[in-house]
Ligand binder design. Structure first.
Ligand code: ADP
Length: 477
């Protein structure tokens, strides 16, 4: 596999969790898995077990030859990680951006990374049979593989699977960046990497990968429509035969309430008292009035347009007259930070917000809250709602993508309901869902049933990994 993020080494979102968990599950099932990922700043300090790999790489990147080192470690048997070490590209404070601005050389950084992944796939002595790539950062890989097969004697070139974690991020650069790929210039055309005159790395991947997956069945259908297709719906319809929607799983070794180093109090579906204690502990931590009985809503999210912060703020304004608390952990766009801070300033007894990336706090919020809000405009899979279910926290979600696939609303199945869904993308629709949540909170037996149903739901990786294995098998035939 090749990925630009890998939990616990680097992460901005669900991509990091998905690749780590899929790879671990495959390895546990007896497959041999390698993951190629960049060596970002701080990884070697935090993970001193990384060893230098006896490997010299010097790869062309446009007119230059760029050397890189590789570091390696084997976190579980059968899984080897290969960290591509090129300080000029990856020893920086951010992964993709800094102070809100994308790094100007992202095309060079990730085209180089893609080349390193192909190089390892080709020359590693254990000869991987398939290369599974993720998102735009590795989108050029299938073309690089194809070129090495046709022009550079790689007779047994690997088939390539692309997983799209989010179609909204495509890696679009000026057309001149295609020269960094060192591919024949006529390979840059509208059937491959060219998109309205620009270089589009995700498009290259979609056009040329052997198989494509995305992270939920509903999102797989949505991205073939104009509304969700981000300009690539036509191409995706054209490739529909090789596009599969596979709902991500959850790593329950990491996301559980019974043995979790991030939680002060353990609890289970049968013994929920610990959940309430986590709630009062969080109230203390965030400086909110300590009250076990007040309904607590929460959100852990990237602050991006996708995530529906522009619904959240007006809906909160509308609802904060009620007895409730709201806590949020977010990182991203400063505009949203500003509006959330302003809500918190005006309602210090009810709202607490924290900005930045904090893994431990994300667990504590999931555990403490009664309800978790995900009013996303679109959501390829979404992991937090599945974490919430396991944590006995009722998700309130917009019925889109993986949110729709993983949460059951009472209107769909009264007996098996696990959450509250709304459809229209509007503050009024979210407000109405929040009202439903408050009503549910008042009815203790109903709330208990939602929680128990959610905590029993099983999104473990076993079934999901088995699905990937079937798709890999298909590629090898
Ligand atoms: P996306 O990948 O679009 O960001 P997902 O729901 O698939 O959304 O995955 C989000 C992941 O990132 C979850 O594991 C969530 O807990 C985590 N996360 C998001 N924002 C933060 C943050 N500010 N601090 C810690 N974890 C975060």
């Amino acid at each position: 596999m090749a990925t630009s993020e890998l939990h616990p080494y680097s992460k901005t979102g669900g991509l990091a969790d998905m690749v780590a968990a899929l790879a671990k599950t495959l390895a546990q099932k007896g497959h041999r898995v390698g993951i190629v990922t960049p060596l970002y700043r701080g990884i070697r300090v935090k993970f001193p077990e990384l060893r230098p790999f006896d490997w010299q790489m010097a790869l062309p990147l446009g007119g230059e030859i760029i050397p890189a080192q590789v570091w390696t470690t084997e976190p579980v048997k059968g899984l080897t990680l290969y960290f591509v070490d090129r300080p000029e590209f990856f020893d920086r404070p951010g992964i993709y951006n800094e102070n809100g601005a994308d790094y100007a050389d992202n095309a060079a950084r990730f085209i180089f990374f893609s080349k390193a992944a192909v190089h390892l796939a080709r020359y590693l002595p254990w000869a991987p049979q398939i290369l599974h790539i993720h998102d735009w950062q590795t989108g050029l890989v299938p073309m690089l593989v194809q070129h090495q097969r046709l022009a550079e004697g790689w007779g047994k070139a690997v088939p390539v699977m692309l997983t799209i974690h989010n179609l909204a991020y495509q890696g679009v650069f000026g057309a001149e960046a295609f020269a960094l790929a060192n591919l024949p210039s006529d390979w840059f055309n509208t059937g491959t990497a060219e998109f309205h005159g620009a270089l589009n790395l995700l498009k290259a991947g979609i056009a040329t990968a052997d198989t494509i997956t995305t992270v939920s069945p509903r999102y797989a259908r949505e991205i073939m429509t104009e509304e969700f297709g981000c300009g690539l719906d036509g191409l995706l319809r054209h490739r529909a035969e090789v596009v599969h929607g596979v709902l991500n799983g959850v790593d329950y070794e990491e996301w559980n309430t019974e043995a979790n180093p991030h939680l002060k109090f353990r609890y289970s579906a049968r013994h929920l008292a610990g959940k309430t204690r986590n709630k009062t502990a969080l109230q203390r931590e965030l400086g909110l009035p300590v009250n076990a009985r007040v309904p607590m809503f929460g959100s852990v999210t990237r602050l991006a347009e996708q995530k529906g912060v522009d619904l959240l703020v007006p809906a909160l304004e509308e609802m904060l007259g009620h007895s409730m608390q709201f806590v949020l952990l977010g990182s991203g766009d400063g505009r949203y930070e500003h509006s959330l801070r302003s809500v918190a300033r005006r309602h210090p007894q009810k709202v607490a917000v924290r900005f930045g990336y904090d893994h431990g706090l994300s667990h504590r919020i999931e555990a403490a809250c009664d309800f978790l809000l995900m009013p996303s405009r679109f959501e390829p899979c979404g992991l937090n709602q599945m974490y919430s279910l396991r944590y006995g926290t009722v998700p309130i979600v917009r019925a889109t993508g993986g949110l729709d696939d993983s949460v059951v609303d009472p209107s769909e199945n009264k007996q098996e309901a696990t959450g509250i869904k709304f459809s229209e993308y509007s503050p009024a629709a979210l407000t109405q869902a929040l009202r439903k949540a408050l009503a549910l909170y008042r009815s203790k037996p109903a709330l208990r049933k939602f929680r128990q149903q959610g905590m029993a739901a099983d999104f473990s990786w076993d079934a999901t990994a088995a699905r990937y294995v079937r798709l890999y098998d298909g590629l090898l035939k």
